[in-house]
Design a protein around this ligand. Structure first.
Ligand SMILES: [Mg+2]
Length: 229
């Protein structure tokens, strides 16, 4: 297996510790609509997926329309993120330090998320990570790619293929770091290697989704990425 020249990071759950907060808000909002779920259910069934698909799941379950569900969720989610900035996931700054020192120039990494750029900008700014993803061609931008920019969401491979193309790399030279089933599937659908970070989602679940390797901590991730680059 040859070395990877580009690392694509998922944002939520890989770089920033947003998932406990966002799944708590989502579970609360869905419960108020009439389907009683808790945060763990949301993590297991909704994490990493496109909100439109989650909305459809909720309406299918309830048997009636909930037209304001996503607006209510987004309003509450942004309020919570603004009032209580989420931290970087433990170990991620050290990992990026290592990439800086090691093989990979800054232009060889980017962020690709199913979430809007607005959310990624808020969370990556609050966790002081945003400056670590400079855009390779445009110094006024950061190397962040959102599914909302192309209207294709993971597990569709389009977002990762788009990100690699803009960054100037082929899929076979790319390695993806993902913590959700939909993201692992998207990377495999794009013919990219993918390291599954099994923190909230169990290792076996990510392995079944097609993860090339599994790690359970950022220390293990540092070791695996060092070997792959
Ligand atoms: Mg994620």
């Amino acid at each position: 297996m040859h070395n990877a020249n580009l690392v694509i990071f998922d944002c939520d759950g890989v770089l920033v510790d947003t998932e406990p907060l966002t799944n708590r808000v989502l579970a609360q909002t869905v419960s108020e609509a009439g389907w009683e779920i808790d945060t763990q259910y949301s993590v297991t069934h909704f994490k990493g997926r496109n909100l439109k698909d989650i909305h459809q799941d909720v309406e299918d379950k309830l048997g009636f329309k909930v037209p304001d569900l996503l607006d209510t969720y987004r309003t509450r989610m942004y309020e919570a993120l603004q009032s209580d900035p989420v931290p970087a996931i433990e170990g991620i700054h050290e990992l990026l330090d290592l990439l800086d020192d090691h093989h990979s120039a800054p232009q060889h990494r980017c962020v690709a998320t199913n979430a809007p750029i607005k959310k990624a900008t808020i969370t990556l700014t609050g966790s002081k990570l945003i400056n670590r993803f400079p855009h390779p061609q445009d110094p006024t931008q950061f190397a962040m790619f959102s599914a909302y920019q192309i209207n294709k969401w993971k597990p569709d491979p389009a977002l990762f293929l788009h990100a690699a193309s803009v960054m100037g790399h082929d899929p076979e030279d790319t390695i993806v770091v993902e913590d959700s089933v939909s993201g692992v599937e998207a990377a495999r659908n794009a013919s990219m290697r993918v390291i599954g970070l099994a923190t909230l989602t169990p290792a076996d679940t990510l392995r079944e989704a097609g993860a090339t390797q599994i790690v359970e901590s950022h220390q293990e991730l540092i070791d695996q990425l060092s070997a792959a680059l």
